[in-house]
Design a binder for this molecule. Structure first.
Ligand code: ADP
Ligand code: MG
Length: 176
């Protein structure tokens, strides 16, 4: 059976928009091993980092359906992070690419995985792109986003071309 997942993407090192686009392309390429289907891409938001002093983040989200467990998907996401130079030195430190499972059609609570993501209700940079790609969740999350001060500033939208398999940041603020 297919499951729906919403993946949060974040980058605050290197060419951030390139890192997000490359991550979308890599997730789309999971079509063969994990039967992933890319369904929607969010706007790209910019916000100050939390944790130690570091550059601002670009964040976005993608919605996919896949016929795999969240553990298998997380393993694939970690491989994509590693391929894009992600290292884990400082907790909440700067990173070229962070891929988290923000939400899924089935929740999870294990040592390895918490779904919905444990910090979701605290983070406008996760809630705003989540609602772009899963507007049906507005009844649960829109009031939380409003209480936190609303969405961070929009810097564009990710556009994926399935023919070429390439993704880029478009200037438009029309997302979803
Ligand atoms: P963070 O994203 O919190 O900055 P990491 O990306 O280094 O930190 O993730 C640390 C660990 O968090 C992962 O190895 C994973 O096992 C765990 N984790 C728990 N829930 C999730 C989730 N929903 N999405 C991604 N990782 C998760
Ligand atoms: Mg992470």
């Amino acid at each position: 059976m297919d499951h729906v997942f919403v993946i949060g993407l974040g980058s605050n090192l290197g060419v951030r928009e390139h890192n997000l686009s490359a991550a979308v392309e890599a997730v789309a390429r999971l079509a063969l091993p994990l039967a992933v289907r890319l369904e929607a891409l969010s706007c790209v938001y910019e916000s100050a980092a939390i944790g130690p002093p570091q550059p601002a983040y670009l964040n976005a989200a993608l919605r996919l359906s896949a016929c795999c467990t969240p553990e298998a998907l997380l393993e694939a996401l970690h491989a994509i992070e590693a391929a894009h130079g992600r290292t884990r030195e400082v907790h909440w430190g700067p990173r070229s690419l962070d891929l988290d499972i923000l939400w899924a059609s089935e929740g999870r609570q294990t040592e390895q995985l918490t779904i919905p993501h444990a910090q979701l209700l605290l983070r406008t940079f996760a809630l705003a792109p989540l609602l772009d790609v899963a507007p049906e969740l507005a009844v649960h999350y829109a009031p939380v986003l409003e209480r936190l001060g609303g969405p961070p500033p929009v810097r564009g939208t990710l556009r994926y071309d399935p023919t070429s398999g390439s993704c880029e940041l478009a200037a438009s603020a029309q997302c979803g």
